[in-house]
Design a protein around this ligand. Sequence first.
Ligand code: HEM
Length: 411
Amino acid sequence: MTHGILSDILDYANRANPYPLYEELRKTPVFHDGSGPYVVSTYYEIQSLLHDPRLSSDSRNLAATAKDPLAGEAEEEAALPPSFLKLDPPEHDRLRRMTNRPFGPPHSPHRVDGMRGDLRAIVTGLIDDLGDPGQIDLVDQFAYPFPVTMICRLLGVPREDEPRFHVWADTLAASLDPDPDADPAERQRKTHDSRMELGMYLAGLIEERRKNPGDDMLSQLAAGHGQDESMSTMELLSTAALLLIAGHETTVNLITNGMLTLLRNPDVLERLRREPTIAAPLVEELLRFEPPVQLLPQRTPLVDIEVRGVTIPKGSSMWLILASGNRDPQRFENPDRFDPDRRDVQHLGLGSGIHSCFGAPLARLEAQLALTELARRLHNPRLLEDPPPYRQNAVLRGPRHLRIACDEVRA
Ligand code: HEM
């Protein structure tokens, strides 16, 4: 159960602008209403907790009384074991290390950079196909299909199967949202079914990749990639599901939040058009200003810990509000100003510590390319509605549609 300010944050009516609520919340850096989670909203406390080995990401360490807000853990496990996002060392480190072999340095230093050509081609194709410049839905026509096509290609998942796992991915993303109105039993059933179906789908695909390996990550993970340690089939399934979902539900919001922010700051949009080299710092500022992952609702202390004078008992549910830390005036000057020239921009948008975003190099590159090309090719773009309609989800926050118009789509 959540009350007062927490239910206001979860209330869909505040989805378009939760920032004044976070400002209110920061007056009590560790907020606890007596029955709900311990909510931490200030930058330095969040940053330090993300590096604290006494904090667990494994929901099996939650006390029974703290499980209610995110019911369904036991059922989830029956379908697929927890992915490394929800594991602690040493299992987390072992699985993350193995997953990194076919993805990043030192073993695969060219993977992400080698995707540049493909990324560009997909962006170009989607912009070419935008159709009527007077009626563009940037989410459905661009920001969703782009990262989804790319994560499918990276993993070796056939793009034409997308409509099937779109539904499972949406359900699993929704399960992260501590929506107070959702019926827990119904949600638990849907989450369980989606994990089961996604697991079965991926099992078939991995079988296929073992017989006919390609250059994709699933083939390489399934083959063990010539390493002395290897993943069990269940670990492989959970990891593949994690990558597929993480690659599905986050970058879409970074691109959409990015275009929305640029259209609200036309001088910055114009600057990006003239000066594409600002794309990299601009995306960092965006990850601070409008982070697609607003809060981490799943941490629990392994022992009693004290934060800013508040004792948080072992097994309690904790929420870390990344988006609030990113607007903390104790850390960032003028935090409510979108400023791509900001020098000191060590945001929490991709997390921090051992669980910091695994896909960060890909997410950054995708957003940089997408926004640069949109700025270059859309002539005189403008918002058709502001604020746009948002998705229900308070954790993975972003517009469901972004309706825009422009005079012309340039070549
Ligand atoms: C803009 C897009 C993205 C954002 C904002 C984002 C954000 C985050 C955040 C905040 C975390 C930390 C979670 C925690 O501490 O509990 C995380 C972890 C993770 N992300 Fe991302 N992510 C993005 C894109 C991606 C992509 C494209 C992939 C896959 C290729 C990905 C894969 C992962 C994985 C596997 C983890 C778990 C890391 C671990 O537990 O060690 N992410 N992400």
